[in-house]
Design a protein around this ligand. Structure first.
Ligand code: ACO
Length: 325
């Protein structure tokens, strides 16, 4: 029968920070950020807000859209790279906020590809019969690991969450294909050096700013489009489809220039590519489900549309899924 996305939801913090506001914090400008990235503003958590609460709100909306009650969820899978707490992660707090009864939950860490990985894994678990209904939520609070004095990274990121309820397909809507990859030779392209078990937190690591996300921007930039091209074509082949069958492409929202390079490589019309990074920026694992949910709710994505969602991220991970909505 297959597996379908029965409902989606998303959450963006209320606080919006524009490029001009950022330019009062670090030596940058709206012109530089827009030209190099396409980003104009981002949503950031207030200091008092809790990251997992974004996932609770996105998850509630996805359950409502799918007409599924919290007690009908068989598994919660939270894709995140920067959990509320290193232990026990983020998933338990989301499960509690959603009132999931005794359903199992776990965090999945796969860089910015986390949502794509999560949907592919959930698809397999539902097909196997192990868990009939799985809620997949991408949550990222990048503002909490960003060095706000480093203009090379702080202009890129935003906070948010996006969710999808997956269940056995009853009609034509279905996950049609997937392809997941890793390239561990590039594992330090994106990393957060301290606070884990290799380099535990100490006064010294804090003084060094080693609890902030580090990025080799040009390495990420060079590899991102080829990786998403590879994954897109492989997932389509897995689905037995070609680009001509695709209505929408939702790429990871990292940088407009990366998305532009992908569009040129795939030789598709930019009109078929969904972009919200201008006002949302890069929300890592949350970026694809936020964009998906926004355009399902806006009516741009219609029932029956075929969508490719493709991402790359820390690890390095990359992948794509093909879905009929
Ligand atoms: N404002 C003004 N100047 C800046 C800024 C800024 N915010 N950031 C960097 N610069 C300066 C640099 O200091 C440098 O100056 P210099 O030549 O005097 O040293 C100059 O601009 C050019 O810097 P580059 O790093 O070469 O700029 P580039 O065109 O490569 O753009 C960017 C940098 C936007 C980070 C790009 O490399 C990129 O998008 N990389 C991919 C990043 C990405 O996708 N990250 C996602 C990571 S998380 C994930 O989604 C997996």
């Amino acid at each position: 029968m297959g597996v379908r996305i029965a409902g989606t939801g998303s959450h963006l913090p209320a606080r919006i920070v524009t490029n001009d506001q950022l330019a009062t914090w670090v030596d940058t400008s709206d012109e530089w950020i827009v030209q190099r990235t396409g980003i104009q503003s981002r949503h950031l958590l207030e200091a008092s807000e809790i990251p997992s609460d974004m996932g609770v709100d996105a998850g509630k909306k996805a359950l409502e859209a799918a007409h599924v009650l919290p007690e009908q969820v068989d598994l919660l899978l939270v894709a995140t790279n920067f959990p509320d707490l290193i232990c026990p992660g983020t998933a338990p707090f989301v499960a509690d906020g959603l009132g999931l009864d005794s359903a199992p939950f776990f965090d999945l860490k796969a860089g910015c590809s986390g949502f794509v990985y999560g949907v592919a894994v959930a698809n397999g678990l539902i097909e196997s019969g192990l868990f009939p209904r799985i809620l997949v939520i991408g949550i990222e609070a990048l503002s909490r690991v960003t060095d706000w004095s480093d203009r090379r990274t702080c202009v890129l990121f935003g906070d948010g969450a996006g969710a999808a309820l997956l269940e056995k397909a009853t009609g034509p809507s279905a996950i049609l294909g997937s392809a997941l990859y890793g390239d561990a030779s590039k594992s330090m392209f994106l990393n957060l050096p301290a606070g884990g078990t290799r380099l535990p937190a100490s006064a010294e690591t804090v003084a060094q700013g080693a609890h902030f996300l580090k990025m080799e921007g040009s390495g990420v930039f060079r590899n991102a489009a080829p990786m998403m091209e590879t994954a897109t074509l492989a997932a389509l082949a897995d689905a037995g489809l070609t680009l001509a069958d695709v209505d929408w492409i939702i790429p990871h929202q990292a940088n407009q220039r990366i998305i532009g390079a992908l569009v040129r490589k795939l030789d598709v019309s930019a009109d078929r590519v969904i972009v919200n990074l201008d006002r949302v920026a890069n929300t890592s694992t949350a970026s694809i489900p936020i964009a998906l949910d926004e355009e399902i709710r806006s009516g741009k994505i219609q029932p029956g549309d075929v969508i490719v969602m493709t991402a790359f991220g820390a690890g390095v991970t990359y992948g794509a899924i093909v879905v009929r909505i």
